[in-house]
Ligand binder design. Structure first.
Ligand code: ADP
Ligand code: MG
Length: 684
């Protein structure tokens, strides 16, 4: 069978209808998808110990010879237990497997295997339970890929499948970057890189492969964004006539800042430019609290005054309700009807909203992705607004836009993003920046502390809660750790050694326990809620709305604190292991507090982070401008953090993937990829 990138995976030997369905759940439909299904982590099986030297509880590889065939016995709970005696020159180890009948025929007595897993030791007695294993060879790789898997289709099986195809990579993966770019940038070839990412011989090689694959993604991304932009330029917009905006501005309840005015002007000239213009495609980027909502309301007002409908889409239920509450009164003053449409809207109310959208009675609809469903049909949609746009994929944006021919689009982002990166991620949009805060906003007092201050920090939080305030505590790694304790691909740089691998694993484990300790030991008398990435969205919503209603004093979470959550009563943001975050992420998190009338605080905990990291944290103490922080961050840590934050949804919607670029820790590659793509397009 000849195979190419577009070959249906179900035609690959070993995959059939059933397996094909399961792979589809992982987003794998073709051979190309499969080869680009990169490991999410690697097991580091290079920690090779001898039976004599391995410690109790250690996760290690033992190279051992099988001494005798396995014996079997039944346990009291009815499992079949196999005991396999093995050992190396330094001692004996008993290996236990449960219920895996095939174990009987797996091992050859006298042959050597690499067993990898957790080892337990009681004195001289050494044991492993259900380790992974493979026949030992001199050239066995220390890094074993672990793939994003799904129920009924394990990582091991994906590994086998990919291994069976990878030898054919040369024919399956034609080079997709211009040859001169590959040469001048000293990149691995596409096949080399894909092979290396799946079967790396060293951490350095992973680094090189990541670089090549990231370059490829960024290059492709710029090219496709520019292409979308050109396509949009062919379109013609819904023309708007000029309206008097003064009464609207006067009703906002505050004087817009000069940055807001500038952005409103940009929107105004985009939308009222005339019928021979392309529809507006604009992003408003501004720090949390900079007043983007007023700009969005302004655009919606313009559209509605012209007799068009507007739709405002936001990523969460809570945010939708907040916007609805803020906007409804304002619009009603001008005789406009505003409606709310989310997953939680009752069937009856939904029906009313659908009817009013179709008849044109509803002028502005605010909602979640419930707005994208087929049932939503507009009479005359003229403007689409996406708030917290990084939470939506291009596909979702387009789906809503399709509901109104020639409709304008405004997207809003609270992630201050450096200019070069904006060109890559939003190359299809014009960008407006609100780089000024409304007057009277007090900066969040930020302090960097180490372990020696921990008790004081806890006491401070208790004091604040005692005064009726609330606090966030963020711990990194809780979410990613899962049960397997592996380090994600993103974190693996060329400088990663076996030693810091071990340290990192321990840190991540500690983070999981810490979250629990907080509620049981540190703040037993307070109401502590807990939010993490693995929770179902209904559970998350319940915890968040409890925090909003002040039914919880402390919200412990990973970085997934919902973007845009607004709890003015929260005054403390404690960030654990702060040195592991990008500065922009820290800034973003810090923006969750300082939203009300109370003085607010951000405490960055980091124990002995090293000089560079400490200097970075000091910057947080001094700098409050998100754009300055972002530029600094991009130079120092590379674009990975930004991309991961912005790409989370794009990835799920079948657009181009930025998986590897999200693992980049060097900004120079970004600049070079943009440069190469622009030259290729003839823009430069
Ligand atoms: P974000 O950019 O994070 O979406 P919002 O639009 O929600 O920010 O604005 C944050 C708060 O600041 C809101 O309470 C809003 O009413 C207020 N605000 C916005 N612009 C101004 C301004 N020019 N002067 C005073 N307050 C403002
Ligand atoms: Mg907002």
């Amino acid at each position: 069978m000849t195979v190419d990138l577009n070959t249906d995976v179900r035609r690959v030997s070993g995959v059939g209808q059933v397996a094909g369905e399961k792979l589809r759940k992982l987003g794998i439909a073709t051979v190309g998808d499969l080869l680009y299904h990169f490991p999410r982590a690697y097991e580091f099986r290079g920690n090779v110990k001898t039976v004599a030297s391995v410690e109790d509880g250690e996760t290690a590889s033992l190279i051992m010879t099988v001494m005798a065939p396995p014996t079997s016995a039944r346990t009291r709970s009815g499992l079949t237990m196999f005991k396999l005696p093995a050992g190396d020159g330094t001692g004996a180890c008993s290996i236990t497997f449960f219920n895996q009948t095939y174990i009987r025929n797996t091992f050859s007595v006298g042959a050597s295997y690499r067993f990898y897993g957790k080892v337990s030791r009681r004195g001289k007695h050494v044991e492993m339970t259900s380790p992974v294993y493979e026949p030992y060879r001199e050239d066995l790789l220390p890094l074993y890929p672990v793939y994003p898997a799904t129920e009924g289709f394990s990582s091991v099986r994906i590994n086998k499948l990919i291994s069976s195809l990878i030898d054919r990579a040369d024919t399956v993966l034609p080079e997709n970057l211009p040859d001169d770019v590959v040469a001048s940038e000293c990149l691995m070839s596409r096949t080399e890189a894909v092979r290396a990412i799946h079967h790396p011989v060293s951490l350095e090689q992973i680094g090189e492969a990541k670089k090549r694959l990231a370059f490829e993604e960024l290059f492709g991304f710029v090219v496709s964004a520019r292409t979308r932009r050109r396509e949009n330029e062919e379109k013609r917009c819904k023309p708007l006539h000029i309206v008097d905006c003064k009464p609207f501005a006067a009703s906002l309840g505050f004087e817009p800042t000069s940055a807001q005015k500038r952005v409103m002007n940009e929107i105004y000239s985009d939308m009222t430019g005339g019928a021979d213009r392309a529809p507006m495609r604009r992003m408003v980027s501004g720090d949390v609290g900079s007043g983007k909502t007023a700009c969005a309301q302004f655009a919606a007002f313009l559209a509605c005054e012209n007799g068009y409908q507007a739709a405002l889409m936001v990523p969460t239920e809570i945010l939708a309700r907040q916007h609805y509450a803020d906007t409804r009164g304002l619009f009603e003053k001008f005789g406009k009807r505003v409606r709310l449409l989310t997953g939680d809207t009752t069937a009856k109310d939904k029906k009313t909203v659908y009817e009013e959208l179709l008849s044109g009675e509803c002028d502005l609809v605010i909602g979640t992705h419930a707005l994208i469903t087929d049932k939503v049909v507009f009479k005359n949609l003229g403007l689409v607004i996406c708030d917290e746009q990084h939470r939506f994929g291009v596909g979702q944006r387009e789906a809503l836009l399709k509901k109104g021919e020639g409709a304008h689009m405004l997207v809003m982002s609270a992630t201050p993003i450096p200019r070069t990166l904006a060109l890559v991620l939003f190359g299809d949009l014009d960008v407006s920046v609100i780089d000024e805060m409304p007057p009277g906003r007090r900066a969040v007092r930020t302090a960097y502390r180490d372990e020696s201050s921990r008790d004081k920090v806890y006491k401070f939080i208790k004091d604040q809660v005692g005064q009726g305030r609330q606090a966030y505590i963020v711990c990194p790694g809780v979410e990613e750790t899962g049960d397997d304790g592996l380090i994600p691909l993103e974190a693996l740089g060329a400088d990663f050694s076996a030693e810091n691998y071990d340290k990192e694993i321990k840190r991540r484990k500690a983070a999981v326990n810490y979250a629990e300790t907080l509620s049981t030991e540190v703040f037993p008398e307070l109401r502590v809620g807990y939010l993490h990435g693995k929770m179902k969205s209904a559970e998350k919503n319940a915890v968040m709305s409890a925090f909003e209603k002040n039914e919880l004093d402390i919200l412990v979470s990973t970085t997934v604190i919902e973007v845009g959550i607004n709890v003015p009563n929260a005054t403390v943001m404690l960030i654990e292991d702060a040195e592991y975050f990008g500065l922009s992420q820290l800034h973003q998190l810090r923006g969750r507090v300082g939203r009300g009338k109370y003085a607010s605080y951000c405490i960055l905990m980091a124990d002995d982070p090293g000089d560079t990291a400490a200097a970075r944290l000091r910057i947080m103490e001094q700098e409050n401008n998100g754009y300055k922080i972002a530029e600094f961050d991009l130079k120092q840590r590379g674009p990975g953090d930004f991309i991961r934050e912005n790409d989370e949804k794009i990835r799920q919607h079948g657009a181009l993937k930025l998986r590897m670029a999200g693992a980049l820790d060097d900004a120079r590659l970004l600049y070079r990829a943009v440069d190469a793509a622009e030259k290729y397009l003839g823009v430069k």
